[in-house]
Design a protein around this ligand. Sequence first.
Ligand code: ADP
Length: 239
Amino acid sequence: MTAALSIRAARKAFGGLVAVNDVSFEVKQGELLGLIGPNGSGKTTMLNLISGALPPTAGEILLDGRRISGLPAHAIARQGVSRTFQLVRVLPSLDAEENVMSGAVFGHVRLWGEDARRVARVMLDRVGLGERAHMPVAAMTYIDQKRVELARALAANPRVLLLDEWLAGLNPSELQIGISLIDELRHEGRTIVMVEHVMDAIRSLCDRCVVMSSGRMIAEGGVAETLSDPEVVRAYLGD
Ligand code: ADP
């Protein structure tokens, strides 16, 4: 079966600094893959390469077997890659529904007007914000802004969803809510790549993980075995 996402020898250099160094891995359809590693190991850069925010210096990235690397970010979004950002990016002056509608308008399945609004309502319900659809996002709490961003990504009906530390900054009870929400998405069969520092979330949610350190992939496989790999332990201790 063709992988949902294939990363083949991806490389990204910023001048002399190689942030992603010859990284290859695949994400199967319906899989939740954790992308982990110490700070500065290249995880966000990897997501930027997949989403097209940055072009790779070398290598290629395929979505359902079709090459997406080299396309501009908006075209990659149209092909079916949606993401959330480490620092939430919402349009604060708009309400939640309008923010989520923008995901439907610019996403994989391009919807307009009332169709976009209908999908936005479904996705706001999906993330538990149905009652707050018309609240300005600027007036929302941090976790609710994160939910809006997730709903916007889902409204695009993505083939692959990229979560960049979506659980970061949540308090312990919010964290449980956030983990349950991602677990539900996983059970819906969505294909997800999550960059995450919250190890409990990685352990409880991920089917597999890829570990990066200094731009390289140093381990890949089942979560328990990967986290106990001596090279992975060393990489984290050196963080
Ligand atoms: P992580 O997400 O694992 O913390 P990043 O991908 O953010 O790591 O960063 C990997 C390395 O690339 C770091 O050394 C970082 O400083 C560098 N880097 C990331 N983005 C840029 C950029 N736009 N320009 C220059 N260096 C960058």
